[in-house]
Ligand binder design. Structure first.
Ligand code: PRX
Length: 715
């Protein structure tokens, strides 16, 4: 960290002001610069002047304080900006992060009594935001929309909270939520939080996951169907199938509260189980629009979010209330330079952590106006995002590199057209520049490293070279941003997440766990705790310790590789474990493998991730990493196109569409060591066609399989 401070200090002497800096011109010229690392993009003077953190000096001052006195720094924010029914005890933070010294424990604001829903809604309403728009909802179909003010949102939240109480949901109970991006999704999260129930939101609900649920829920909240682009997806059918599976594993759901999403499917066409299924619209509106808050301890659980690990079983990441509240609100405010007049849109689904922290909690805690979009970002065509930006005068737009790349691929000038209304409205086809986008002032990126060419397109074309990009590095586990630019504070380098947020001490270690200073690459760890950190893996504290705290004792291990350049900027290089990052979504290779081998004709499977640059043959070029699966078949089964499709379908059904392999590579045999371990290193090289880098294959039990695999690579 001293190293990091030194760099920011030296940056403080850099001049600001885009016009003065020749680097910026080089940036606009695109790939002209030889080295990305020397490639500074400066915030304009105008932007910096109005920014919350206008200079490296200001950042340094706050950062130093946050590291030297974390308790003072965070308790100052917690007590001045949030409502606490009762203040925390003597200790702001109590932690043990060293497995050698006993069980890992992280607690912030323990003994403090609060409620995050109260802080999102009641507190903001009391502060005068009753009539401010809280949510703008935009339907998949252009022209259909809705909105709620803060006080209307509170009423809706209270009605649902009262209904949940009436069916017996109590503090600490788990509620499964499987809803698309309707206003009812944040409403549901806030209603659970209001009564102290623990929400577990899913973006997918395959039976494989439900089988593994540790939290024994009694209630599922879902809707009948959703429209995504031209497709209608029947969510209720998926829930029904998952509940059949979970019943086999002893999880019985008493109530399945189903919202009737009329624009997608009418109730008459929805399959129904009397006694268990209840229409939201039939019951919830009958309940009172006020509901007392359940006051909870700062360390009471707020939500569970299941995420992929490097073994087959998903991990139930548990976040608690107080620290998460303070952390998401503060990171949102500074990383997006939030102002009261902003209109904020994050394209993430609430089923991911991004939607938890930066659709619902972070923005709402700041009293922000949030856009929630139901549909596909390229429907009816690739200009839809900018149509929405202009419609709602969005000022902060936060998305994932995969979307940036796919919109970039579709071009800022394009000819294809998919909708008659759009053809008439926009006779000149120009997906980005046909919209004004002048409301935009800050852009954000999350989920995977953003490659410099996509960064530049986002910056130059979408943001008109005027909006800083907050490339936020963080994880489900971290609760909020960890390494991120603070717009206006310092120059950016396209593709670098820059510097740590307040209170965060990233360290880069070598294989032995020794911290490396200066310009270096290695494993990214974090020293010390921060309020938003997850507290455990639900029902498996042992796995929490083994996965995150044992690999490099004394530190939290992120699972990511990282390098630090000569100016102290951080460059995330991707996962170093068996986790693949596809379009910013984490997928454990083991999960895909176990889905493949559940197919009756598949004997063995080995799955690796391949970088997008090398996969010219598939759509994976916009998805960051692609999934490449080697499969061996049951004796006597011939490989065919039909079998390939059926293998892919198996993965889609069991995990979800985003985990479907981009490439199935039929393998008569897999390269294994004599002890039977699959040599993934070799498979990765074959998958990325780096055949001259196979390395030593003499330790293989049967070196001949490598030639076979290469011969079959493009068949
Ligand atoms: O590998 C990193 C990558 O996404 C992982 C976390 O995934 P998940 O828990 O699903 O959360 C995604 C949204 C926070 C990280 O370990 N990642 C996330 N953001 C970035 C990133 N890699 C590089 N740059 C980022 N900005």
């Amino acid at each position: 960290t001293t190293n990091h401070l030194r760099h920011v200090e030296s940056m403080a002497s850099l001049p600001s002001g885009a016009g003065k800096i020749s680097h910026l011109n080089a940036v606009i010229l695109g790939e002209a610069l030889a080295s990305e690392e020397n490639d500074f993009v400066f915030p304009s003077d105008d932007f910096s002047r109005q920014a919350l953190i206008p200079s490296p000096h200001k950042y340094l001052e706050m950062y130093k304080r946050s590291i030297e006195d974390p308790a003072g720094f965070w308790s100052g924010i917690a007590s001045s900006q949030f409502y606490w029914k009762q203040k925390w005890g003597d200790q702001v933070c109590s932690e043990n992060l060293d497995v050698r010294k006993g069980d890992i424990k992280i607690e912030w604001f323990k003994g403090g009594i609060t409620n995050i829903c109260y802080n999102c809604l009641d507190r903001n309403i009391d502060a005068g935001l009753a009539d401010k728009i809280a949510l703008y909802w935009e339907s998949n179909e252009p022209g259909f929309d809705a909105h709620l003010t803060y006080s209307q949102l509170l009423h809706r939240v209270c009605q649902l909270a009262n209904y949940l109480k009436s069916i017996g949901v109590r503090k600490g109970d788990a509620v499964i939520v499987y809803l698309p991006m309707l206003m009812e999704l944040p409403i549901t999260m806030l209603a659970c939080a209001r009564i102290g129930a623990v929400h577990s939101v899913y973006i997918l609900l395959p039976h494989k996951i439900v089988e593994k649920l540790d939290c024994k829920p009694k209630v599922v909240i879902t809707c009948n169907a959703v429209r995504r682009g031209p497709k209608t997806i029947n969510l209720k059918d998926i829930v029904d199938a998952a509940l059949v599976e979970s019943a086999k594993n002893g999880i019985s759901i008493d109530v399945c509260l189903t919202y009737e999403n009329q624009s997608a499917l009418k109730r008459e066409s929805t399959k129904w189980q009397e006694g268990r299924d209840v229409w939201w619209e039939d019951v919830v509106p009958k309940y009172p629009t006020t509901c007392d808050v359940e006051w909870v301890d700062a360390e009471d659980p707020l939500f569970l979010l299941y995420t992929s690990g490097s073994t087959g079983k998903p991990k139930g990441v548990l976040h608690t209330t107080g620290g998460y509240m303070v952390y998401t609100a503060t990171t949102f405010k500074y990383a997006f330079d939030y102002k009261e007049s902003d209109v904020y849109w994050c394209t993430a689904d609430c089923g991911w952590i991004t939607g938890h922290s930066y659709v619902t909690y972070g923005p709402m805690l700041n009293g922000a106006t949030v856009v929630v979009y139901e549909g596909a970002p390229n429907y009816p065509d690739s200009g839809r995002c900018w149509d929405i930006v202009d419609k709602y005068k969005v000022t902060i737009f936060y998305t994932a590199p995969t979307l940036v790349r796919s919109l970039m691929r579709d071009g800022d000038e394009a000819s294809c057209i998919s909708n008659l209304v759009y053809t008439l409205k926009y006779p000149v086809q120009n997906y980005v520049t046909r919209y004004s986008r002048k409301s935009l002032r800050v852009l954000g990126s999350v989920g995977e490293p953003i490659n410099p060419s996509a960064w530049r397109w986002f910056f130059n074309v979408v943001g008109g070279s005027r909006c800083p990009i907050s490339d936020t590095w963080w994880q489900t586990e971290t609760g909020g941003f960890m390494i991120t630019p603070l717009p206006g504070a310092w120059p950016q380098k396209p593709g670098s997440a820059t510097f740590p947020f307040f209170g965060v001490q990233p360290v880069i270690v070598d294989e032995k766990g020794t911290e490396i200073d200066g310009e270096c690459s290695g494993y990214l760890c974090v020293k010390g705790s921060w309020p938003g950190a997850f507290r455990t893996l639900y029902g498996d504290h042992e796995r929490y310790e083994t996965t995150y705290f044992r690999p490099f004792p004394g530190y939290y291990f992120t699972g990511d590789g990282c390098s630090r350049d000569k100016d102290g900027y951080h460059w995330l290089t991707g996962r170093v474990d068996d986790v693949i990052n596809v379009s910013g979504h984490r997928i454990g290779t083991a999960e895909v493998e176990s889905a493949l081998v559940s197919h009756p004709q598949c004997a063995e499977a080995a799955v690796v991730g391949v970088e997008h640059e090398v996969i010219k043959w598939s759509v994976a070029s916009v998805k960051g990493q692609g999934i490449y699966a080697f499969v061996t078949l049951v004796e006597g089964v011939p490989y065919s196109e039909e079998l390939r499709k059926s293998l892919i379908l198996t993965v889609r059904n069991q995990i979800g569409a985003f985990a479907a392999p981009d490439k199935i590579h039929w393998a008569p045999g897999l390269p294994k060591t004599r002890s039977g371990k699959i040599m993934r290193r070799i498979l990765r090289k074959i998958a990325s066609r780096q055949l001259d880098e196979l390395g030593d294959i003499s330790t293989l039990a049967e070196p001949g399989v490598v030639d076979q695999l290469i011969a079959l690579a493009d068949s």
